[in-house]
Ligand binder design. Sequence first.
Ligand SMILES: *Cc1c(COP(=O)(O)O)cnc(C)c1O
Length: 340
Amino acid sequence: MTSIMLDHLPRYPLATLPTPLDEASRLREALGGSQHCPRILIKRDDLTGLALGGNKVRKLEFLVGDALARGATTLITCGGMQSNHARATAAAAVRAGLQAILVLDTDDPDQSPQGNLLIDRLLNAEVRPIPKGANRDEAMAAAAADVRRADGVAYVIPVGGSTSLGAAGYMTMTMELKAQLGQIEAEPDWLYYASGSGGSQAGNVLAARLLNMPYRVRGVLDSPSSPAAAERALTIANGAAELVGSDQRVTAEDLVDVDGSSGEGYAIPTSEADAAILLLARTEAILLDPVYTAKAMSGLIDHIRTGQIRPDETVVFVHTGGVPALFVDAQRLALRAAAG
Ligand SMILES: *Cc1c(COP(=O)(O)O)cnc(C)c1O
């Protein structure tokens, strides 16, 4: 198959596409050159536009398309206080003429507005803080009830926009990548990217299968793995296959996670990730984020250094965005930058 059937799904344009595919030759030099380091191509999904971009914008084109088709007035979603997905949803709401309610969990509801939270405020999203560990789905259901009481129509988007529809939307990344790789006649062996709530993984793995991509797909986890998350990704992927009218199904073995680079947990920094932020900034002027993409890049670098990827191979790294979180960690990163 050379394309994936998406045209029957309502889509609201939000992203600036196609995103570039960059050759990271200075990064390759810094990692030992062609003797020691594979060819590295970076798919710039940090540059999807829409209020600082990222991977969620592709999913939201389809989620918002569905919301509008259902007559929604308000998008409701959830995440951490610095959620990129929540920020992108708030931006999508503005563009589509909708309201946004963001259920964001935190230990510190009075934290100063910075990074994604600042952008949420600028975009006029309603932020509803809940304590960490509280039930996000219940809080979103309560928000939806409030919307209905005010005669609105709520559209609830689960965490990360990771539904089958969101994953179907993310397959547009692979469709673009296929065309771009054809233009430069590259046949990558690997696709690496930062994996969180599973929607990107579902889209990447399913699209690779449907489009006969030459590479194996590896998602570097943002937090230690859990069987429940893997199960969810599988359900999302096979729901997406149904949505695009394919009888292909993926299995648990197709969903390969890299579990060694997430450190102690979600959004807890690692020294290797901070080193990756400096390295990419100083070799390619590409800004990684500390929560997702820097951990993913540190996982890729580890696999290069330990020979799990050979120097004669080619790897595509998908930069999934997250740049606003850099500014949340300004103190630590500035110290690290000064230290070299
Ligand atoms: C959400 C996010 C991811 C993970 O995507 P999922 O579809 O949730 O797995 C990776 N990188 C960044 C910057 C993100 O915001």
